[in-house]
Design a protein around this ligand. Structure first.
Ligand code: CA
Length: 701
C-alpha cells in the first residue's frame, strides 16, 4: 500500500520539476496549450515518470561500476580540453559549451553541443579540440528515457555567476604573485591551536571596519584598517589578538546570495552548498569570471600566512542546497543521498537531504575535494559541519589522506546530526565515538552549555552565570573531555564518560555562529545582574576555556562582547545583526586587552597545551574549594616543558569574593581580575588570597 502512495506522491512531486525543466529547456509555449492537450501531456508525463521511477528503484547502487581515476571534471590544455563525468545509469550525456556563464542575460548564447561517450566504468567523456579557456559548460543526462535538468559538473573547479555553469580555466593563471613560496606558519602540536570563527562578510561590512573591499575576500587582505577610535580592525586585528587559526564560515560556492546583484544586501551564512570545489562568488569582486574568486581567495590565504595566521575552511558535505534537483541528483539519481525505508530523501542534516559518505563515489568526491583545497589553495584545516552525518570509516580515511598530505592539518567537526539517519548509529561520526576517529576533534557542548546553560533554553544559566552543580562539567572541560581520576563523570552535563582519547580531540568553547552570542544569552538569563557583573561572567567564560586543556575556540567579536541584538538564528539576518561592530573594541577595551593578554599567556605557556591524556593525568591535579561554584587546579612539574614549575588556577563563579588557601610554596601572582603579569614579579606573601566575584586567579612558582 505505502508503495503505491509513495509512487503517487513521488510522481506528483516530479511533474512539477519536469514541467519546469521542459519550460526551461524546450522553450515550451506552456500558456498556449489547450486543456485537452494538457490532460494528455499529464497522462504521458505520469507514464514516463512511472517508468523512470521504477527503473531507479530497481537499481541496486552496489552494482554501479566505480571509477578510480582522478580526472573527473575538466582537464585543460591550450590545445585540448577533456571533460569527464560519472553516471553509469545514464543512456546519454550531452555536453554544452557556452560563451557565457548564465542564460538569463545572454539568451542568444547558442551552445556547442557534444554527445559524450561512456566507458565501462560508467564515465562519460568528451574532448574539445582547440583552446577552450574561459568557456562555460553544462551536462545533461538522459536516464530511463527522461531528459534530466541541465546540471553543473559537481567536479568543476570554476563557475560563472551564481554557479550555474562550470568554467574551463587555466588554474595556473589564478595564482597570486609568489604563490609558489607561500608557506603556512609553523604549527607543531594540535593543542597549540587557538581558533577564531569568522564570516567573510561580517568581518568588513560595517562602516566602522574602515575596510574598502567590504564583504569580500580582499577585505581581509587589507592592512592598516581602523575603527572610529583608531584601533586596528580586520586582518591587523586578527594578528594583534594573536589567534593561530582563522576558521572561515562556508566560502565554497553556496546558493542563497544572488551574485548578479551588485552590492547585494542579502545575507547568508552559507550552509547551502552548490559547488563544493569553487569559492563563493559574492565574496569576489567579479562573480562572472570564475578566475577572479579563485585568485582572490588565494590572495586571502597567502596574506593570512604572511601574517602568522592559518586558514580553516568550514565544509558542509553533509547535505546540498537542493535534493531532487541538485547537480549530483540530476546526473546519478538518488545515488549520492541516503534514503528512508520508504524511498524518500532522509534528513539527518535537517536541511531536506543527507549525503551518503558511505557510498564509494561520494566518499571519493569528499576525499578529492578536500585534497584539492589543501593542494590548490593551501588551506590548513577543515571544520566538518554535522560530522555525525558522515560515517566513521570515511572520516578516518579523510584524516589519513590529509595527514599524509599535510601532517600539520587540523580537522574537527560537529559530533552530532540534526535528525535521524538511516546510517546505523554506531557508524556515525558522533562525539561519543570520536576516540575511534584518528586525529579529528569534536566540539564540546558539555563545556559550552556547562559554562552558560543549554543553547535550547534561552534563559538557562551555566557555571559562570550562577547555575549550581556545574563544577564537574567545568572540570571535564579543563581536562579536555579526557579520562581523569578526579572528574566525577556522572555529574557532567551531557557526556557521562570521557569521549576524547587525547586532549587534541576536544574543542572547548562558549559561543559560535549558532544560537545566541554569550553576551545576548547573559542578557536573557541574568536580567537582574548589573552590566558590569555580566561583563565579568563573559570574561570568566573565556578565561576558563583559554586556560583549559584541549583546543580553545573563539567566535569572532566575542573578545569585545559581540551582540546580535538578541537574534538567536542569524543565518539570513541583515548585516546590522551579523556585522562585527568594530567600535565595541573601544567600548570593551579593558576586557579586550585582558583577553589578548590571556591569549599570549596560553601561547607562552605549554602547560596549558599538554599534548596527551597521560601527561594531563600526570601533571594536572584538582584542588578542594572552600565554596561551591568554584573550580581549582594545579598544573605541576614544569608540565609540557613549561618554564613555570607549578601553576595554580582558581575560577570563582560566585557573586562574592572568596578567600582561597594557598598551598605552601614560593608563589607569585600572574592573573588577578583584569590584570596579567607575564613576568610573575609579585611574590604572594599571604596564606590566603581573595578571588574576586565572577573571576579567575592564577599564581605560579
Ligand atoms: Ca554562490
Amino acid at each position: 500500500m505505502f508503495f503505491t502512495n509513495f509512487l503517487l506522491e513521488f510522481i506528483l512531486n516530479n511533474i512539477d520539476i519536469k514541467s519546469k525543466s521542459n519550460l526551461k529547456f524546450n522553450n515550451f509555449a506552456y500558456q498556449s496549450e489547450n486543456y485537452n492537450f494538457l490532460k494528455m501531456k499529464f497522462f504521458f508525463s505520469v507514464l514516463s515518470q512511472f517508468s523512470f521511477i521504477s527503473m531507479i528503484l530497481s537499481q541496486n547502487f552496489n552494482t554501479y561500476p566505480l571509477y578510480n581515476g582522478k580526472d573527473l571534471g575538466v582537464t585543460f590544455t591550450k590545445t585540448k580540453t577533456t571533460i569527464k563525468v560519472w553516471s553509469p545509469i545514464a543512456e546519454a550525456m550531452t555536453l554544452r559549451v557556452y560563451k557565457f556563464g548564465n542564460s538569463i542575460e545572454n539568451t542568444k548564447d547558442i551552445p556547442e553541443e557534444k554527445q559524450m561517450k561512456k566507458n565501462n566504468q560508467g564515465v562519460w567523456s568528451a574532448d574539445l579540440m582547440g583552446n577552450y579557456e574561459g568557456k562555460f559548460y553544462t551536462l545533461q543526462a538522459t536516464i530511463g528515457g527522461k531528459l534530466m535538468n541541465e546540471a553543473t559538473d559537481p567536479y568543476t573547479k570554476a563557475v560563472g555567476v551564481n554557479g550555474l555553469r562550470g568554467q574551463i580555466i587555466d588554474l595556473a593563471k589564478t595564482n597570486p604573485k609568489n604563490w609558489e613560496t607561500d608557506k603556512s606558519p609553523l604549527f607543531l602540536q594540535k593543542t597549540d591551536a587557538i581558533l577564531y570563527e569568522l564570516h567573510v562578510r561580517d568581518a568588513s561590512i560595517a562602516a566602522n571596519s574602515g575596510i574598502k573591499n567590504k564583504g569580500k575576500f580582499l577585505g581581509l587582505t587589507e592592512k592598516g584598517t581602523k575603527n572610529h577610535f583608531k584601533q586596528s580592525t580586520g586582518l591587523d586585528h586578527l594578528k594583534e589578538f594573536g589567534v593561530t587559526h582563522v576558521h572561515l564560515l562556508p566560502l565554497y560556492d553556496y546558493f542563497t546570495t544572488d551574485e548578479t546583484i551588485k552590492d547585494n544586501t542579502q545575507y547568508n551564512w552559507g550552509y547551502d552548498p552548490l559547488n563544493y570545489n569553487c569559492p563563493e562568488g559574492s565574496y569576489s569582486t567579479n562573480p562572472y569570471d570564475g578566475n577572479v574568486r579563485i585568485q582572490e581567495f588565494k590572495k586571502l590565504v597567502q596574506t593570512f600566512h604572511q601574517n602568522g595566521l592559518r586558514v580553516v575552511m568550514d565544509v558542509v558535505y553533509n547535505h546540498t542546497m537542493f535534493g531532487e534537483t541538485s547537480n549530483f541528483n540530476q546526473l546519478v539519481p538518488n545515488y549520492y543521498y541516503r534514503q528512508t525505508a520508504d524511498g524518500k530523501f532522509s534528513n539527518a542534516s535537517g536541511c531536506g537531504n543527507e549525503t551518503a559518505s558511505d557510498r564509494a563515489m561520494f566518499q571519493k568526491f569528499m576525499l578529492e575535494s578536500l585534497e584539492y583545497w589543501v593542494k590548490e589553495y593551501h588551506v590548513d584545516g577543515f571544520r566538518f559541519d554535522l560530522m555525525g552525518v558522515h560515517d566513521i570509516e570515511t572520516m578516518n580515511l579523510i584524516s589519513k589522506r590529509l595527514h599524509q598530505l599535510r601532517p600539520d592539518i587540523l580537522l574537527y567537526g560537529e559530533g552530532w546530526t540534526s535528525g535521524d539517519s538511516p546510517l546505523p548509529e554506531e557508524r556515525r561520526s558522533l562525539k561519543k565515538y570520536i576516540s575511534k576517529i584518528d586525529k579529528i576533534a569534536a566540539f564540546s557542548d558539555d563545556m559550552r552549555d556547562g559554562l552558560k546553560g543549554s543553547v535550547f533554553e534561552k534563559e538557562d544559566k551555566g557555571f559562570v552565570s550562577g547555575k549550581p552543580g556545574m563544577e564537574e562539567s567545568i572540570k571535564f572541560g579543563v581536562v579536555a573531555s579526557t579520562q581523569h581520576p578526579q572528574v566525577n563523570y556522572e555529574k557532567v552535563i551531557y557526556a557521562k564518560a570521557p569521549w576524547a582519547a587525547e586532549p587534541f580531540q576536544c574543542i572547548n568553547y562558549a559561543e559560535c555562529h549558532d544560537n545566541h552570542t554569550l553576551f545576548d544569552r547573559l542578557e536573557n538569563s541574568n536580567k537582574t545582574n548589573t552590566a558590569q557583573e555580566k561583563t565579568k561572567m563573559h570574561i570568566l567564560a573565556q578565561t576558563i576555556f583559554l586556560t583549559s586543556q584541549g583546543i580553545p575556540f573563539i567566535h569572532a567579536g566575542m573578545e569585545f562582547s559581540r551582540t546580535k541584538k538578541g537574534e538567536e538564528n542569524s543565518f539570513k539576518s541583515p548585516d546590522d545583526i551579523n556585522e562585527i561592530d568594530w567600535d565595541r573594541k573601544k567600548q570593551y577595551e579593558a576586557e579586550y586587552n585582558f583577553l589578548k593578554s590571556l591569549v599570549q599567556l596560553r601561547k607562552a605557556h605549554p602547560a596549558f597545551r599538554i599534548p596527551s591524556t597521560k601527561l594531563i593525568q600526570k601533571h594536572l591535579q584538582f584542588l578542594d574549594c572552600p565554596e561551591k561554584n568554584m573550580v581549582a587546579f594545579r598544573i605541576n612539574g614544569n608540565a609540557n616543558k613549561d618554564k613555570w614549575k607549578n601553576i595554580l588556577v582558581v575560577y570563582n563563579a560566585n557573586p562574592t569574593a572568596i578567600n582561597f588557601d594557598i598551598p605552601t610554596g614560593n608563589w607569585k601572582l600572574v592573573l588577578d581580575g583584569l590584570k596579567i603579569d607575564h613576568d610573575a614579579k609579585t611574590l604572594v606573601t599571604a596564606k590566603r588570597l581573595e578571588v574576586q566575584p565572577y573571576s579567575a586567579l592564577i599564581i605560579v612558582e
